[in-house]
Design a protein around this ligand. Structure first.
Ligand code: ADP
Length: 486
């Protein structure tokens, strides 16, 4: 695969601990596949608890010097890392598409998006202001400082192999923390390529460590058990997030959790239907439906239901499906066979209970991990897709009568990550925006993620916020200083 890259040095198959590329104690490896073809891309070092412990100790040893650098110097190093990522955008995108499957333009977009967190937090590093609090007593002065929380463990998923890492590592390093990252076993190559560039940018040894492996529970146990790790930042499934939360209780770690979603996408009678169709396409089908903020339930008001369904199905049936590297594709493969089975399960369950297939509804003729982009109508609350995140190219259309009905349906989930709605009535827009139970709301907009705004969920979708000025705070502690006897 290295012949695809202008800089073959970006392709690594060893873990990165304390500034060194390491094979792991027993030389064991796991295989990374191209999800479009099943081809083997690389055999990567598979680490366990002993090597994870060493990575944590390296991060602990690197912490004092990194924390004590002036924020401006950390900022300059992060800035160089951002610039290197953008200089190598094409190579990083090629690697990302190979291991993850998303179409190349989407991968290029992810690299720019991922790099934007490094740029943003390079800037924010210099703005970790404390407060001077007006004192209630004349002989005292009260001040707060913000200090880095310490060693951070980051566990990241395969759907955004670059950006889910930079969104954690950017603010952590900016704050003065050091990090141990465990990337998903499906997509370690993007993480390792970023470590190459971090080193070139001048990130000191031990400040960023990448622990690769397919024994996630063993690595996770060490990261959550070790007392030196002061924060765990996790993006992934709600099930594993809850497990890690339990495991962190023993050492009372701070938690940042970005878990599952079940995003409603509401189309009111007064919506601009063409804009709503465009927004639904972007929100539902980006990354072949494999994002935690993808519309999972499309709720459409009675009066426009049929018209919206017809327009959406027409657009969806035009989408080009294929491997990332073959020309103008808009939909890649799903990550693996299990992901395909889940989409099929949701479609079959809905159809067996009376849903209608407007387009798609079956595995794609390309076979393997490809599934047809699908639109279903007459979907109801009793179907599986109403309660579970499909994480695939399925747009299920639910019908509702009025605003209260829409809000009830939208909030009928234990999740609360993203929500979207389309309306042109300013009163309704405020009412619905305030009533909807979600951490992020797209209003007449289907793509809302940006490094400058807070990303995160409520309810069982998680804890904390990533990106924005709030993202830095999540990696800092507030220390209160009381100066007495004045
Ligand atoms: P998905 O179903 O999207 O793969 P997961 O929550 O299983 O979501 O995975 C997200 C990340 O969590 C990946 O890096 C994965 O390897 C890791 N992971 C999975 N199980 C565990 C575990 N028991 N302990 C720690 N990390 C885990």
């Amino acid at each position: 695969q290295s012949n695809l890259l202008q800089d073959p040095g970006l392709l690594r198959n060893q873990a990165f601990i304390n500034g060194e590329w390491v094979a792991g104690d027993h030389g064991s490896r796991f295989t990374v596949h191209n999800p479009a073809t099943g081809d083997v891309l690389a055999e990567v070092a598979s680490l366990g608890s002993a090597e994870t412990r060493r990575a944590i100790e390296a991060a602990e040893a690197a912490l004092p010097a990194w924390r004590n650098l002036p924020a401006k110097q950390r900022s300059q190093i992060l800035r160089r890392w951002f610039e290197l990522m953008m200089q190598h955008q094409e190579d990083l995108a090629q690697l990302l598409s190979l291991e993850q499957g998303k179409p190349l333009p989407e991968s290029r977009g992810e690299i720019a998006y991922g790099a934007s967190f490094i740029e943003w937090f390079a800037e924010e590093a210099k703005r970790a202001y404390g407060d001077v609090i007006p004192s209630p007593a004349t002989d005292r002065r009260l001040v707060t400082l913000k200090q880095p929380i310490g060693v951070v463990a980051a566990i990241t998923p395969w759907n955004f192999p670059n950006a889910m890492i930079t969104r954690k590592v950017g603010p952590a390093l900016a704050a003065g923390c050091t990090v141990v990252v465990k990337p998903a076993a499906e997509t370690p190559l993007s993480a390792l390529a970023m470590a190459v560039l971090a080193e070139r940018a001048g990130v000191p040894r031990g400040v960023l460590n990448i622990v690769t492996g397919d024994r996630a529970s063993e690595i996770g146990a060490e990261l959550t058990r070790h007392p030196a790790v002061r924060k765990l930042s996790f993006t992934g499934s709600t099930r594993i997030g809850k497990l890690l939360m339990e495991q962190c209780a023993g050492t009372v770690k701070k938690l940042g959790l970005e878990l599952g979603g079940n995003a409603p996408f509401i189309v009111f009678d007064d919506a601009d239907l063409d804009a709503a169709v465009q927004g639904a396409m972007a929100s539902k089908f980006r990354n072949t439906g494999q994002t935690c903020v993808c519309a999972n339930r499309i709720l459409v008001q009675d009066g426009v239901y049929d018209a919206f369904a017809a327009k959406l199905a027409a657009a969806v049936s035009q989408m080009a499906v294929g491997p990332a590297h073959s020309g103008q594709v808009q939909q890649g493969p799903l990550i693996n066979a299990k992901a395909v089975a889940k989409v099929a399960e949701h479609v079959n369950d809905a159809v067996s209970q009376g849903a209608r297939v407007l387009t798609g509804g079956a595995p794609h003729a390309l076979g393997g991990n490809f599934y047809q982009p699908t639109v279903l109508t007459e979907v109801t609350e009793h179907m599986l897709v109403a309660h579970e995140e499909t994480f695939g190219p399925l747009a299920p259309l639910f019908r509702f009568k009025d605003e209260a009905d829409a809000i009830r349906l939208a909030n009928a989930t234990e999740f609360g990550l993203a929500a979207y709605f389309y309306s042109r009535d300013v009163g309704r827009i405020w009412r619905v925006a305030e009533a909807i139970e979600a951490g992020m709301v797209g209003i007449n907009e289907g793509l809302i993620s940006t490094e400058v705004a807070p990303f995160g969920g409520i309810k069982q979708s998680g804890l904390g916020r990533e990106g924005s000025k709030y993202g830095l705070e999540d990696f800092m502690e507030i220390k209160y200083l009381c100066f007495g006897g004045l």
